[in-house]
Design a protein around this ligand. Structure first.
Ligand code: CAA
Length: 388
């Protein structure tokens, strides 16, 4: 087993680390307090190829692999968790499925500018009454000549208030198979569509108010008799649910790395604080109680990183990594909540103050246990695989 990163992987990690330290981390507290969309940071991230890391260069991306993407996600998220998730949604939930399932025309017309970071993408699966049980969505698309008409709403759409494109999932078939016995439930099929901002009938609400990741705006979006051409169907009609699930296999690696970045930032701040802060006549780092907390934090961040790298390496090999992505996301997100909790403990009263970064890390970490599948959904996916 080889744990060595390639020269290219080290290069993107170091570039992202240096960029995050110089351009992102110094603004993270202000972004959290103001809830301002970090447009100028995203423009620079686009120049570095961070908006389409694992998309081939001919389609507008940086042409790197999923491990490189994992490395970059950790670094950007250590600087600012909001910037991390904006990047993650654009890379994993928009560019990746378009690259895998999109037509040549969609790759040229839509993927290329989004992977370059000139345009922004988002992903519409969740609905007000359909979150974990994603197949129960009610947004529908009806076939008309040359296209489809969409009706429904999607909520918690990260990047929604700013995105130029949404990859949205809708029910396109709900029928009891012919000849089936009475009482047979209808067979539901879903289809993935690309909808461009400005399309008549496609509107966005104002941004949601949240506990953390304040600069990563999300909102509810609506489709009211919204006409979408056939050319904007992604993959085959009726295959949308599988496209959504396969997309989340990649997305969960991104969120695992976001959680690792948040936890690492809280850990590093805690180490620095423990060396400076004195109690009982010595720096608190000399107290075993603090050392044990720091040891546990270091161990857990490392374990989560190895799980995320394994899932990313499997993605690069083209082997199914559904369970490994869920394991990485489950462990990393719960780890981030624990580690940021302990980071506040190391800081004592100061940790509870909004003047110190660890309270922001604590709030930012919490969402990683919820979006792209709650911890409970990850356990369902893992159980389904171990019990096969
Ligand atoms: N890859 C490919 N196909 C898959 C798949 C995968 N990972 N997982 C399932 N499928 C296929 C199955 O093989 C099955 O196909 P057949 O019908 O041909 O057999 C079909 O999809 C249905 O699969 P299941 O029966 O397992 O589906 P289910 O209804 O039991 O649901 C679930 C499974 C895991 C609970 C799923 O609903 C799920 O992941 N829920 C969580 C949703 C989620 O993560 N939402 C996050 C929204 S995005 C977001 O949060 C973005 C953001 O803001 C940052």
């Amino acid at each position: 087993m080889n744990f060595e990163l390639t020269e290219e992987q080290r290069m993107i990690r170091d570039t992202a680390r240096e960029f995050a330290a110089r351009e992102i981390a110094p603004k993270a507290a202000e972004l959290d307090k103001s809830g301002r969309w970090p447009a100028e940071i995203l423009a620079k991230m686009a120049e570095l190829g961070l908006m389409g890391v694992a998309i081939p260069q001919e389609h507008g991306g940086a042409g790197m692999d999923a491990v490189s993407y994992a490395l970059a996600m950790e670094e950007i998220s250590a600087g600012c968790a909001s910037c991390g998730v904006i990047m993650s949604v654009n890379n994993s939930l928009f560019c990746d499925p378009l690259y895998k399932f999109g037509s040549d025309d969609q790759k040229k017309r839509v993927l290329e500018p989004v992977a370059r970071g000139q345009k922004l993408g988002c992903f519409g699966l969740t609905e007000p009454m359909s979150g974990s049980d994603a197949q129960t969505m009610i947004t529908s698309a009806e076939k008309t000549s040359g296209g489809w008409v969409l009706n429904g709403a999607k909520n918690w759409i990260t990047n929604g208030p700013h995105a130029d494109w949404i990859l949205v999932f809708a029910v396109t078939e709900r029928a009891v198979p012919a000849g089936a016995p009475a009482g047979t439930p209808p067979r539901v099929k879903h289809t993935a569509f690309l909808v461009e901002r400005g399309t008549p009938g496609f509107t966005q609400n104002a941004a949601d108010h949240k506990l953390g990741i304040h600069a990563a705006h999300s909102c509810t979006v609506f489709f009211e008799n919204c006409k979408v051409p056939d050319a904007n169907v992604v993959g085959k009609a009726g295959e949308g649910f599988k496209i959504a699930m396969a997309t989340l296999d990649g997305g969960r690696i991104g969120i695992a790395c976001q959680a690792i970045g948040i936890a690492r930032a809280a850990f590093e701040t805690s180490v620095a604080y423990a060396k400076e802060r004195k109690s009982f006549g010595v720096p608190i780092a000399q107290h075993q109680a603090i050392q044990f907390m720091l040891s546990d934090m270091a161990t857990q961040v490392d374990a989560a990183r190895l799980l995320a790298w394994r899932a990313a390496a499997m993605k690069d090999k083209g082997v199914r990594h559904t369970m490994e992505s869920s394991i990485a996301k489950l462990y990393a997100s719960e780890m981030a909540t624990r580690v940021t909790h302990k980071a506040i403990q190391v800081h004592g009263g100061y940790g509870y103050s909004t003047e110190f970064a660890v309270e922001r890390h604590y709030r930012d970490a919490r969402i990683t246990e919820i979006y792209e599948g709650t911890s409970e959904i990850q356990r369902i996916v893992i159980a389904a695989n171990v019990l096969k």
